[in-house]
Design a protein around this ligand. Sequence first.
Ligand code: PEP
Length: 258
Amino acid sequence: MADRTPLMAGNWKMNQDHHQATHLVQKLAWSLKDAKHDFSAVEVAVLPPFTDLRSVQTLVDADKLDIRYGAQDVSAHESGAYTGEISPVMLAKLGVTYVAVGHSERREYHHEDEAIVNAKIKSAFAHGIVPILCVGEGLDVRKAGEQVPHTLAQVDGALEGLPAEQAAQIVIAYEPVWAIGTGEVATPEDAQEVCGAIRARLGELYDAPLADGVRVLYGGSVKSGNVAAIMAQPDVDGALVGGASLDAEEFAKIARFT
Ligand code: PEP
């Protein structure tokens, strides 16, 4: 099995202004330090709102923090008449490492379909930003037992035409919609079932070594109390954390995960 560095990414959603963002990142850095744990084998990232990115960049650079940061969305276009959108060129200038693409809230409230998600992934890669592709089924699909085919269809659509060099770098977050923000976390077995299927699909679409190297995260009501069991699954390489990432101490405990 490839050596996959776990990634713990905090999706702040639409929370924290740029002053609060600076405070939260500082507190996270202190909490990681306080934990007296060796975090060198884990990547910790935050995904603040666009308006916070410049402040976060300044702080991370000035204090040389070992914290990555990213955005929650990206335009499929580089520039032009796209009111309200943020270009990957602009994000790259702000030093972002990651961008979430196809989060269920974007799919639901902004009607993002597979074609848009696919275009955004290509747009991010074109500017050296690693997409965190979010996929996962709603409750009706889960109740029908269709979570694997549903999620794999999202993966197929999102990766359409993506060259292997880029697919090898992508991060995929399996986030069952019924678990996001509900406090109802998937069982470790449920997480493993779909994360394992995603990895197997990468093997079919590309090849086994590529699939073995891609990080597949779980997201949905992850907390310090449930993260260890989920991280113990062979195909789970980290977590995309929403609500709990707004509490620096809790997020640091999640990043520790053992
Ligand atoms: C998310 O927004 O991606 C998420 C997983 O949220 P939460 O952890 O709050 O369920």
